[in-house]
Design a protein around this ligand. Structure first.
Ligand SMILES: [Fe+2]
Ligand SMILES: [Fe+2]
Length: 186
């Protein structure tokens, strides 16, 4: 398999050119969390690394199908720099990572990325998710109901046992700050 390994600095530059700062920060964390899952579950780092770096390359708030669009953009940028097999393996990880409008993650690398993304969501994006819900409903209780629905959606889209365990442990820790997470009833 011909493998091109782009330096992390190149990958992060591509991400930064396309995304707002909070996605760049999120990306760096997902790279690290997905790699931790891979250490436990196995899988090829040369597939997972670029996939994790580029998974949200087409993420813009409110736009649907960023997994599929991100996979297509990856194919375009890296055409000829990986073998066709590696291109498709990486593209599959990117395409299969979102909660919605995504195929099931079939490979270990795609599973590590899907769950790594959810773990960072529960660890980092609850306040932001709540504020988005509050903006929509203008009512604290309705906002939390909506927010909790999203959080359950994150959890229900996870595919590995160790990923789910870690998600629940983080949610439990966060109950000190957000008691609403007690109602997670997962
Ligand atoms: Fe995403
Ligand atoms: Fe993400």
């Amino acid at each position: 398999m011909i493998m091109y390994t782009p330096p992390n600095s190149e990958l992060i530059r591509i991400v930064a050119q396309k995304n707002p700062d909070f996605i760049v920060d999120h990306t760096i964390r997902v790279v690290s969390i997905a790699e931790q899952l891979r250490n436990q579950l196995g899988g090829d780092q040369r597939i997972l690394f670029p996939a994790a770096f580029l998974h949200d390359i087409e993420f813009y708030r409110g736009v649907k199908g960023h997994g599929k669009r991100g996979a297509d953009l990856f194919r375009k940028i890296f055409d000829g720099r990986y073998s066709p097999e590696a291109i498709e393996q990486i593209a599959h990880c990117i395409e299969a990572h979102p909660v919605k409008y995504a195929p099931f993650p079939e490979t270990i690398e795609a599973k590590c990325l899907r769950d790594g993304d959810r773990i960072d969501s529960i660890a980092s994006f609850v306040p932001q998710r709540y504020l988005a819900s509050f903006k929509k409903f203008g009512d604290e209780e309705l906002a939390w109901q909506d927010c909790m629905k999203r959080i359950k959606g994150w959890y229900n889209s996870m595919v590995t046992d160790i990923g789910k365990e870690r998600f629940l442990a983080i949610a439990k820790d966060m109950q000190n700050i957000f008691p609403q997470l007690t109602d997670l009833e997962l």
